[in-house]
Design a protein around this ligand. Sequence first.
Ligand code: NAP
Ligand code: ZN
Ligand code: ZN
Length: 347
Amino acid sequence: MLTVNAVAATSATDPLVRTTVERRDVGPRDVLIEIRYAGICHSDIHTVRGEWGKVPYPLTVGHEIVGVVTEVGASVTRHQTGDRVGVGCMVNSCRECDNCKAGQEQYCLTGNTGTYASVDRDGTVTQGGYSTHVVVDEDFVLRVPESIPYEKAAPLLCAGITTYSPLSHWKAGPGTKVAVVGMGGLGHMAVKIAAAMGADVTVLSQTLSKKDDGLAFGAESYYATSDKETFKTLANTFDLIVNTVSAPIDMAAYLGMLRLDGTFVSVGAPPEPLPVQVFSLFNNRRSFAGSSIGGIAETQEMLDFCAERGIASEVEVITADQVDEAYERVLKSDVRYRFVIDIDTLR
Ligand code: NAP
Ligand code: ZN
Ligand code: ZN
């Protein structure tokens, strides 16, 4: 067992504390990763604040992990010491159910093993990436392309794949009109990825304060949702709306912007319901969908796609002691566009 430095939540309200967590011995199929950077996802905040349910405190969160392989188990074939690697939101799945066999491990029918707050095969609770090292089964470890700096790669492991997967599934590309609701961590990646896929991208943000950035990330248009006119101007417009908002929104207003056969997909995960009046789906034969991260093969595809297209996350690097402050800024939508912890500050 390896005892490593970490930052943990001890309750829904207390500041995070510096502590240590235990990592299992490197098994035959495991990889030991020395973590370099860990992104801060809004899901970390929902989780530690108990918004999604009971929390196994003390808990170390973080599922946007990049680092270097420092040890591999005897049967590991996919990774070597010195490799640049990443770990996202899951570290295992059953591998036998229909969804796992289809490469959709995130939808494992027995539930995937989350990178944090899940019960691991040995019965311990998984602890996430706000820590100096992690031991992960090689099949759930991704290759991080050389051309993407570590800190800019970290957010791709959740924000990148969570937006790439629905954009790819609903075929964003030339000739499609895509709207991205909320331009935070996920939203800014959705804009960059959808634009790189060739879609005509519109940002729907609360205000116009980030308009220049949105256009620089590849959007064609940018509207404020605080302006009621936006919903009239854009009625019956989009093939796909990707909602990244962490709070409830007025579904009828957003569904009204879908054109014939358009889909509204929520990746945003507010604890409250998003109520839908079915009549707002009847017009234009609209669909309301959800999407959860992406499979392992698809995550690798996304990383390679980002490297090929020269895209990565916009980040603000912070120390391990600035996480509480960063959480507060995320909650105020004051993030440009992902906080990433420099894990060297935890060593
Ligand atoms: P984030 O950085 O906080 O971005 C959310 C954005 O939503 C904000 O920047 C803001 O954008 C907008 N927003 C926030 N509060 C709002 C409100 N009350 N009304 C309207 N707009 C609001 O968060 P994130 O890390 O991107 O995560 C977004 C959501 O996705 C979270 O709920 C997270 O848990 C979830 N998530 C889901 C998955 C999945 O697999 N489905 C994976 C990762 C994260 P503007 O300033 O532009 O308005
Ligand atoms: Zn996340
Ligand atoms: Zn499965």
